[in-house]
Design a protein around this ligand. Structure first.
Ligand SMILES: C[S@@+](CC[C@H](N)C(=O)[O-])C[C@H]1O[C@@H](n2cnc3c(N)ncnc32)[C@H](O)[C@@H]1O
Length: 360
């Protein structure tokens, strides 16, 4: 980093002075010319949703289990938070039995515009419906909720990192107040120069607000995540453009993302351990998908002779399941399962106790 402390306005050429990462990323991703507002997201990255229809089928299976836990309400909400182009909702609807699909109220919460040609049954807005019962699913949303970055200076004091339009960073003011409290609780920085942390407070608030739109049911956040026991010492802020990892620059031309402190989000949404408010559960995507029937076993060779078409289809499924559950890739994503005024569905609740209860 080079020196500087201002959080300055735009100059005559429209360039802005150094500002904190949260504000810079807000403008770059969600401002009038922002990356997500302007671009068709899926053209720039590939999430589990795009890897295989098996992902939507697993979410459909989860919705059926939530439906059973809720006693099969007349209207079953399915909210996709940060829905991209609504691909997951379309896939889940296609995978559900007709009798259940007729009761489902699918809704996309998305800052970007509704894509042309989307199933008219799917609602679309930039704020969630409230007071509903069902499943809220947020795949790779929270990592795009902008956060400030802290870095310890030469004396080991955490300071906000300021950034220019071209990505050049400068040390800012020392971190104080609620941000300092958050760091102390969730991401304590040892007093060594050059350590970094992403201050996850805005994500805690965003997640708690999202969960609160459910009257009853289950909210699920899926992201690359870390917990207090193993924070990355230099943070994870990075950029993606055309599917490739690039330097994080707040220029509106690239995705800006950092892994999520999902244990802190879980605590915020469960009222910080208030008695009677159920805690969330953290499981790997590999475990979650396995529990929801995504196997990955190759079909028996004998099937190739009996029914070559079925054999090839099941071979394709096995390859896609392997990619979704790969421990070195998408399988290492974390699912936060956050119940709201209802038990967790099996195998995590109602008789089963799989998964880790985060502490905090
Ligand atoms: C990485 S994309 C994931 C898209 C989709 N869930 C998927 O898995 O393919 C994140 C999406 O979240 C949306 N988003 C970010 N913040 C949001 C907010 N506060 N409300 C609604 N959508 C938001 C972005 O516009 C973007 O489409």
């Amino acid at each position: 980093m080079t020196g500087g402390t201002a959080d300055g306005p735009a100059d005559g050429a429209g360039r802005r002075g150094p500002r904190r990462w949260r504000r810079a990323a807000e403008e770059a991703l969600y401002g009038p010319e922002g990356f997500f507002v302007r671009q068709a997201p899926a053209a720039h990255f590939r999430t589990s949703v795009h890897v295989s229809p098996l992902f939507a089928e697993a979410v459909a299976e989860l919705l059926l289990r939530v439906d059973a836990v809720l006693g099969r309400p007349d209207e079953l909400a399915l909210i996709d938070y940060g829905a991209g182009r609504g691909e997951l909702l379309s896939g889940v609807l296609a995978a559900l039995p007709d009798a259940v699909a007729a009761r489902v109220r699918p809704h996309a919460v998305e800052i970007a515009r509704r894509p042309a040609g989307l199933d008219p049954a799917i609602g679309w807005s930039d704020t969630p419906p409230r007071g509903v019962a069902g499943l809220l699913f947020a795949n790779e949303w929270l990592d795009n909720v902008p956060v400030d970055v802290a870095e310890t200076d030469g004396d080991g004091v955490p300071r906000y990192v300021l950034v220019d339009d071209d990505g050049t960073e400068h040390p800012g003011e020392p971190v104080t107040g609620a941000d300092a409290d958050w760091l102390a609780r969730w991401w304590p920085l040892p007093p060594e120069p050059g350590l970094r942390a992403e201050i996850g407070r805005p994500r805690d608030t965003a997640w708690a607000d999202a969960v609160a739109c459910l009257d009853r049911g289950l909210a699920v956040a899926v992201d690359y995540a870390h917990t207090r026991a193993a924070r990355p010492p230099f943070g994870t802020l990075t950029g993606y453009r055309d599917g490739r990892e690039v330097r994080p620059v707040p220029d509106g031309e690239r995705d800006l993302t950092s892994h999520v402190a999902l244990d802190a989000c879980a605590a915020a949404a469960s009222g910080d351990g208030r008695p009677g408010v159920p805690a969330g559960v953290l499981v790997s995507q590999r475990e979650a998908l396995r529990a929801l029937g995504v196997g990955g076993a190759r079909p028996p060779l004998s099937l190739a002779a009996e029914d070559p078409v079925a054999y090839l289809r099941r071979l394709g499924d096995a390859g896609e399941a392997a990619e979704l559950t790969d421990p070195g890739g998408l399988g290492s994503f974390t699912w936060l399962l956050q119940p709201r005024r209802a038990p967790l569905p099996p195998p995590w609740g109602v008789g089963g106790t799989a998964g880790d209860r985060p502490s905090g």
